[in-house]
Design a binder for this molecule. Structure first.
Ligand SMILES: NC(=O)c1ccc[n+]([C@@H]2O[C@H](COP(=O)([O-])OP(=O)(O)OC[C@H]3O[C@@H](n4cnc5c(N)ncnc54)[C@H](OP(=O)(O)O)[C@@H]3O)[C@@H](O)[C@H]2O)c1
Length: 242
């Protein structure tokens, strides 16, 4: 199995932070042309410099339909082919069903479900032409029995899981692979923020590292074309201490 992504163009959403950032770096080291997507232009540009001459920044707000359309047009004009679309953007809002503002539910739906769905739709023709691959970074919360104030977030992740499964049925025959990766707790800015809110001790050594998830993405992209990684669950080796 070759791990080189030479001549491949890979789009990574959420590239300005955490898992998306690590994934962009790992793919760039494997020689892919990486297209870095997120809202914070200066952060993306700095990362593009670090990733080398084959990386470029494409700022876009995933909640804005017009920006998504513009992004897809630009990418299709700037790159001859699109081989991989890796979705790693997203937000989380905590709250109990009885009291959480509906606006928090809407914000998560628009960012975590609607935006990735629209971008996938817009790029599907190019992905088909390249016999490409779509990777959704989802969450192991989809199989948790206890969601601890993350019920609406979990609902958005369940939605994305269903969308990925439906999409796979539609595009496999055209040679397009669809992969969902379900990480457990990962040491990113999101967890720093969540630990601050809950008052729990932040212990990154007992979490997955963003690079672990990035390596899983690379594995899914480079496994031989007679196979498709459909669902990949990752969890930290060590349980959090109370
Ligand atoms: N960390 C965990 O424990 C964990 C566990 C399981 C699954 N996940 C999943 O992994 C993915 C990445 O999480 P992470 O921990 O790496 O999060 P993170 O560090 O908070 O990064 C989130 C990324 O999403 C982007 N983003 C947020 N809203 C956006 C918008 N409206 N438009 C465009 N980009 C937007 C952010 O970029 P800008 O701010 O620049 O826009 C940022 O790059 C998420 O889908 C998350 O659900 C995380």
């Amino acid at each position: 199995m070759s791990r080189s992504l030479e001549n491949m163009t890979a789009l990574v959403t959420g590239a300005s932070s955490g898992i998306g950032r690590a994934t962009a770096s790992v793919l760039a080291r494997s020689k892919a042309r990486v297209v870095l997507i997120g809202r914070r232009q200066s952060v993306l540009e700095k990362l593009a410099m670090e990733c080398g001459s084959l990386a470029s920044a494409y700022p876009c707000d995933m909640t804005d339909d017009a920006q998504l359309e513009e992004l897809a047009k630009k990418i299709q004009a700037d790159f001859a082919r699109i081989d991989a679309l890796i979705h790693s953007s997203g937000i989380i809002k905590l709250g109990r069903t009885e009291t959480a503002p509906v606006a928090d539910f809407d914000a998560q739906y628009v960012t975590n479900v609607r935006g990735p769905y629209i971008l996938t739709q817009l790029l599907l023709r190019s992905l088909r032409a390249a016999s490409g691959q779509i990777v959704f970074v989802n969450s192991s919360i989809t199989r948790a029995s206890k969601t601890d104030g993350r019920g609406t977030y979990a609902a958005t992740q369940q939605a994305m899981r269903s969308i990925a499964n439906a999409l796979r049925d539609e595009v496999n025959e055209a040679g397009v692979r669809v992969t969902t990766i379900f990480p457990g707790t990962t040491a990113t800015q999101r967890q720093v923020d969540l630990h601050e809110i809950s008052g729990k001790r932040y212990d990154p050594d007992r979490m997955l590292q963003p690079e672990d998830v990035a390596e899983a993405v690379l594995f899914a992209l480079t496994i031989g074309r007679t196979a498709e990684i459909t669902d990949l669950y990752l969890r930290p080796m060590l349980k959090p201490l109370d």
